[in-house]
Design a protein around this ligand. Structure first.
Ligand SMILES: [Zn+2]
Ligand SMILES: [Zn+2]
Length: 348
């Protein structure tokens, strides 16, 4: 099969020929219809993720496709079904998984990080009975490919972690894929959303997904957000992941506000100076959010297919990238202005 690989951190990205994987016990093989290109893939390529330890490495963790093989212990009824899977493959049988929190399973495996990823014609889903998510009829696999990491992560952050309610004021830092998803989901809950980004086009996308106020990130971002939210936001979401946006998120909140960190802050990004005196004095909540358990996917997918959650402007409307084009684009993902979720078609 064709797959995008790199042999060293920060090294050249090449399209290689690899054997089609066999289904391991408990696992399944998925023929990839499309895969999303995410900022985490860029972090991984630069060596910011200690889980990447085998080379050549295949990145990619956000995908949808069709089950082509199942291993021992996995029902043959999955064969031929359209599926997606969380980017955290939970083990399915530790105490954390049994409690419903597979997204933080201590025995998790991650495609594109600890395992070969989805920038390939086929990808393995481990613990398939736990992690395969059947796509509802009427959901295009191309659209579903963008839901496995960024939309799911934003969905859990906005609904389960922040618990956003109608009428609350929510500020979202970073209007790439996950940030735009957070804007759309918060809007669907009836929140008044402030979107912050450095790029005018990203902000326009946020406006089309429901953001009522747009702020260009700069030195006065905290003052601007506080003015727009009548004294401070109820919820801030750092969907970008930097020391500056994490700190600004905490400082934009009003009393008893909730900050949710979604954007990755690997040690290489430096420590994030969260003002703990403010956290105590104003009773702020500082919350992490990391993907979403497969059991929570059907509710999200139902909102997408029913239209309660309108993601129209979230997918980059350009045709999917080929693997060769993805090799050219991945090194710029960390610094380029995002235009929504960009897909890769490994067969194009
Ligand atoms: Zn991702
Ligand atoms: Zn587990």
């Amino acid at each position: 099969m064709r797959a995008l690989t790199y042999a060293e951190f920060g090294g050249p990205l090449t399209v290689s020929d690899l054997p089609v994987p066999a289904a391991p016990a408990g696992g399944a093989v998925v023929r990839v219809a499309a895969s999303g290109l995410c900022r985490s893939d860029w972090h991984g390529w630069l060596g910011h993720d200690a889980d990447i330890a085998t080379f050549p490495h295949v990145p990619g963790h956000e995908f949808a496709g069709t089950v082509t093989a199942v291993g021992e212990g996995v029902a043959a009824s999955w064969l031929g079904r359209a599926v997606t899977a969380p980017f955290v493959f939970a083990c399915g049988d530790c105490a954390v998984c049994r409690a419903g929190s597979g997204q933080v399973c201590p025995r998790q495996r991650q495609p594109g990080f600890s395992e070969p990823g989805s920038f390939a014609e086929f990808v393995v889903v481990h613990a398939a009975n736990t992690n395969l998510v059947a796509l509802p009829a009427g959901l295009d696999p191309l659209q579903a490919a963008g839901l496995g990491c960024r939309v799911a992560t934003a969905y859990r952050a906005v609904t389960a972690r922040a618990g956003v309610r109608a009428g609350e004021r929510v500020v979202v830092f970073g209007c790439g894929g996950v940030g735009l998803a957070a804007v759309a989901i918060a809007t669907s809950r009836g929140a008044d959303v402030v979107a912050v980004d450095v790029g005018a086009e990203a902000l326009q996308r946020a406006a089309r997904l429901g953001a009522g106020h747009l702020v260009t990130f700069g030195d006065d971002v905290i003052e601007q957000v506080i003015a727009l939210t009548d004294g401070g936001a109820d919820v801030s979401i750092d969907a970008f992941g930097s020391a500056a946006t994490a700190r600004a998120g905490a400082l934009c909140l009003g009393r008893r506000g909730r900050h949710v960190q979604i954007g990755l802050l690997p040690p290489a990004a430096g420590p994030a100076p969260i003002p703990m005196e403010r956290v105590i004095g104003w009773e702020l909540d500082v919350l992490g959010s990391h993907g979403m358990d497969a059991r929570e996917y059907p509710a999200m997918l139902d909102e997408v297919t029913s239209g309660r959650l309108a993601l129209g402007d979230l997918l980059d409307e350009r045709p999917p990238l080929t693997l060769e084009q993805a090799a050219d684009d991945l090194p710029a993902v960390g610094t380029a202005t995002s235009l929504g979720i960009r897909l890769i078609d490994p067969r194009a």
